[in-house]
Design a protein around this ligand. Sequence first.
Ligand code: NDP
Length: 450
Amino acid sequence: MIDTSENKNTQKTVKPQEHTQKQLEGILALAQTGFLQWRKTSIAQRTTSLEYLSNLLLERKREYAELMTQEMGKPISQSLAEIEKCAWVCDFYVKNATRFLADELIQTEADESFISHDPLGVILGIMPWNFPFWQVIRFAAPTLTAGNVVILKHASNVSGCALALDQLFKDAGFPKGCFQTIFTDYDAIEDIISDQRIQGVSLTGSEKAGKSIASIAGKHMIKTVMELGGNNACVIWEDANLDKHMDTIVNARMQNTGQSCIAAKRFIVVDDIYEDFIEKFKEAVQKLIAGEPEDEDTEIGLMARTDLLEGLEVQIRKSVDQGAKVTLGNRSEGSYFEPTILEQVKPGMPVFDEEVFGPVAAVIRAKNRHDSLEMASNSKFGLGTMLFTEDIESARKAIGSIPDGSFFVNEMVKSDPRLPFGGTKSSGYGRELSKEGLLEFVNKKTVYIN
Ligand code: NDP
């Protein structure tokens, strides 16, 4: 039933047979009956399963990490770290879910008035390949803990991870119907979203996929959370401590071989520090260790699919035609793409305007601090902005002018279970993680008792 293959477009993955319409109906029916039971369980019962899941993740850390590395070329050290982070988000909700989901009392003239947090039902998760475990666990852990059940449609180039996740939730003791994985085409996904048993959809992926799914969900008044692409600016002011922060700045772009929505994609550097920055940045990027994803020392692995690499090459070629200069890298072999720096980048070029999903840094010279912030906000995306400066007072004053979902000062934009995560504009809407993420798929019910 499962065919293991290596085609020229992807790393090695499994290809499970697609579910038939009848099987999909069975999955939806099981999800619905599963929900009717699961919603009656106490939060303590739910977090007991979550705690067990966290332990299993850590026990099976190497197995899962190797699977991710094999399927999408992530360096093994980063795959191991991803599994640890999955355990962290579970632990976070084990500790905090009861408090987050408690009734919220509000004083009115009633004897008692409060908000109760009821689960919605069956939630579909459409997830991407770039963090094959993390994206799923960070969605499923809070969604299940709130009393919903989950159907996962994972990216087709990480089907092995999808199967492993399915087994993981079973092994952790989540009752039947709580977590199911489907393998199917886009038309069937449309039918599933149209089914009245589906009460929400969470999608992480491209803007194109987001628009398609949000419009289908919209037709049926289904709640959605959209975590889409990003084109984060990394702003460097003239007083930035480059020696202290350069590793972070490089990691902000090159982590996961540049295939991350929250990566720093546009480096906007104030003129007074430009030469110093570019010299140190190039030196640090050149030191990155590229190699076999399975090697523990490897920092730059492979692109997940060769079509993504080809897209990257087109974005670079077009930008160079418009005047950008490649000052480092820009060579490829198979699905390896060398860490690359482009300078003299300007608005209007693909590497400025579009999301660049690979190890490519676009460097832009800004006249001054004001110009740097204007340039940072000049994007249709709004996931996050990072600013490196020693002038924290001025950084604080800039908060209001950043139209993104996050603003990190002297740190790379990163997800953290304790903090809300999400975007604005074409980066989507809704929040994951923290209390905000847990409350995305709940009915915030007003209760008034007199
Ligand atoms: P996609 O957005 O196409 O894929 C993400 C997920 O959505 C996958 O599970 C995919 O399924 C599914 N999907 C896509 N379109 C539909 C649809 N119409 N109906 C149902 N499911 C759908 O990302 P790609 O893999 O094509 O990557 C392309 C670009 O997307 C990247 O270059 C990057 O810009 C962005 N991206 C952003 C991510 C993020 O973290 N925000 C993550 C991944 C990609 P399937 O795999 O079967 O096509």
